[in-house]
Design a protein around this ligand. Structure first.
Ligand code: TXA
Ligand code: MG
Length: 330
């Protein structure tokens, strides 16, 4: 079968089994695309050393080629083969890997990664996922996997296999359905490629947790330094979304997405009744998707505290509610 006929096939949504893992490993080795669960969101994976396979990710997601991909590796040893693993990176990896921390590091000249992965930058974003299926794939494929979030560029990330299947009619070979993602929000990205540490994207690991390890860090949201893909409009449902909406400010026909014990009873959905920010993060994308329906005028979201993982939640809501005319992101 030629690559082009292969690409027109509908993805196979497969339950987790040894057969599924074998088939997925084979697809990845053959240069195919496999969507798989991680502890954060579903990733759309390809062999990061195979430029044709990496190009397929950009094409399938309609992702701008200036926006680099995260590379997933099995462990810190795997990361050290690709990038300059400086003392700060070593310290953070010991604490947070495997887990939802992505480190941007200087790429090694000897790195076998496709140049497309880093979109012309001299750095690479790397993470070690903790999800057992992601780990099993990495272990058995034996190469690093480039894997952005498994959604069309600029739209809501996928936290269940069905979310991936509903967005992609073709381009992906296999979707491994591993159920819901535990964290439900993407990894935290920290730039360690220079002299100091800078947060590029708030995510599942909080600034407070990182600062407890390495002291004060800079925040790219406070200055000009940006991840290339951090567009204003991103994570956007097809209907409008408004954040920080108090109960009395709801508009007729809007679905109300609430948070905390003070939420009015007549809400469409509640991110967390008890006001638990981790629970809210895990529910965020799933609930936005559930409310993104024809006939609903828009989604109004109750204020969410900006502490801990609340910062990542508010970052996603800000981008989901931003004007959509600025082009798309990852
Ligand atoms: O939790 C996650 O990180 C998920 C799972 C699948 O691992 N992946 C994910 O990938 O969120 P993606 O492609 O949706 O977001 C990656 C972000 C983009 O904003 C991209 O611009 C940034 O990482 N990035 C990638 N390489 C970079 C680099 N070398 N320097 C700065 N930012 C980079
Ligand atoms: Mg993404």
């Amino acid at each position: 079968m030629t690559a082009s006929t292969k690409q027109r096939k509908e993805p196979r949504l497969l339950d987790v089994s040894y057969e599924t893992l074998d088939a997925a490993v084979q697809e990845l080795k053959d240069g195919g695309l496999v969507a798989f669960p991680t502890e954060t969101v579903y990733g759309l994976g390809a062999d990061a050393t195979n430029s044709d396979a990496v190009a397929k990710i950009f094409e399938t997601k309609s992702r701008p080629t200036f926006n680099p991909l995260i590379v997933h590796v099995k462990d810190a040893g795997g990361a050290a083969l690709l990038a300059e693993f400086n003392p700060l990176a070593q310290k953070l990896s010991q604490k947070f890997w495997p887990g939802p921390l992505t480190m941007v590091l200087k790429r090694l000249d000897a790195s076998p990664l496709s140049l497309l992965v880093s979109a012309g930058l001299d750095t690479i974003a790397i993470r070690v996922p903790s999800h057992p299926i992601a780990q099993a794939l990495l272990e058995n494929v034996g190469v690093p996997l480039a894997a952005p979030s498994a959604n069309k560029s600029g739209t809501v990330s996928s936290t269940a296999g069905m979310h991936v299947a509903s967005q992609f009619r073709d381009g992906i070979d296999i979707i491994i359905d591993g159920g819901s993602c535990e964290m439900g929000i993407e990894s935290t990205i920290i730039d360690l490629s220079g002299d100091s540490a800078t947060i590029l994207r708030h995510g599942a690991i909080t600034v407070e947790e990182i600062e407890a390890e390495i002291g004060p860090i800079k925040d790219s949201n406070d200055g000009d330094i940006k991840a290339p893909g951090m567009m204003k409009s991103h994570y956007a449902p097809s209907i409008p979304l408004r954040m920080n909406v108090m109960p009395e400010d709801r508009l007729k026909g809007e679905a109300y997405l609430t948070f905390g014990p003070d939420a009015p009873k007549k809400a469409a959905l509640t991110l967390s009744k008890t006001g638990d920010l981790r629970e809210a993060a895990a529910n965020l994308f799933t609930m936005i998707r559930a409310l993104d329906q024809p006939g609903i005028r828009g989604i109004a979201v109750m204020p969410i505290p900006g502490t801990g993982i609340g910062r990542a939640i508010n970052d996603r809501l800000m981008r989901a509610s931003a004007p959509r005319d600025e082009g798309e992101s990852q």
